[in-house]
Design a protein around this ligand. Structure first.
Ligand code: ZN
Ligand code: FE
Length: 258
């Protein structure tokens, strides 16, 4: 009985999410509830520490999608400020994310701020890239933290993986529930959509989205989060029929100067 009351009281506060823009175009995602917070891919520490301290939040977890410095760079300093925080990262990438305290792999589940989190291995940008999926639960919507794999209107560069792997990874991510909010780690949306509109000039969904994104950026607003439904209809990489098409698109985007 007591436990029931306790959990009812616990779930009364909604899970809140926000973005902290850092560096040139990175986003650090923050989730919080009842005074406890988690962050995803802290490129740097100082703006994150300030943000959390202003709101009197206690950092309990750092989630890392992959080992690049613009995703893990702030973690050691966050751990100095909140030494008890867990660092959840790919177990297979232990050498490159050595401060991880909780190594995870495909299919693992863990609890975060009252939500269940599912780990998806999504290689392509790096060989050990993972994504964190929070399925919809008790009236709270689904969320996806996908680092540099799926971008709004684009995908990450193939630094360590193959087009085949990226195609498979994007396929998995865009098979999630359409309403899932997509929190990627960079504000690349306008450039992605400008390129997409040059690739597919007759596509009305892409043209509409480009217009929306231009409006948002002109107002200085983030274009993140996106949704799985929006990526399915306007992301050429996610729409690509096979790995060969994805490879051709990736090459085209790599050399696009628009
Ligand atoms: Zn990266
Ligand atoms: Fe990055």
């Amino acid at each position: 009985m007591q436990a029931n009351l306790k959990s009812a009281a616990k779930s009364a506060a909604p899970l809140e999410l926000a973005l902290i823009p850092v560096l040139q175009d990175n986003y650090v995602m923050v989730l919080w509830r009842d005074g406890q917070a988690a962050v995803v891919d802290p490129a740097v520490a100082e703006p994150v520490i300030d943000w959390l301290e202003q709101r009197h939040l206690n950092l309990v977890a750092v989630l890392q999608t992959h080992h690049h410095s613009d995703h893990i760079g702030g973690t050691p300093a966050l751990l100095r400020r909140w030494p008890a925080a867990e660092v959840v990262a790919s177990r297979a990438d232990h050498d490159r994310i050595p401060f991880q305290t909780s190594g995870v792999a495909e299919g693992d589940h863990f609890n975060l701020l009252g939500r269940s989190v599912e780990v998806l291995e999504v290689p392509g940008h790096t060989r050990c890239h993972i994504a964190f999926h929070l399925p919809a639960e008790r009236g709270e919507g689904a969320e996806l933290f996908c680092g540099d794999t799926l971008f709004a209107g684009g995908c990450g560069r193939l630094f360590e993986g193959t087009a085949e792997q990226m195609h498979q990874s994007l396929r998995r991510l865009t098979a999630l529930a359409p309403a899932t909010r997509v929190w990627c780690a960079h504000e690349y949306t306008e450039s992605n959509l400008r390129w997409a509109a040059s690739e597919a000039p007759q596509d009305p969904a892409i043209a509409d989205r480009l217009a929306d994104v231009r409006r948002q950026r002109a107002l200085g607003e983030p274009t993140i989060p996106s949704t799985v439904a929006l990526e399915r209809t306007t992301n050429l990489f996610a729409r690509s029929a096979d790995a060969a098409e994805l490879a051709r698109l990736r090459e085209s985007k790599n050399t696009y100067r628009g």
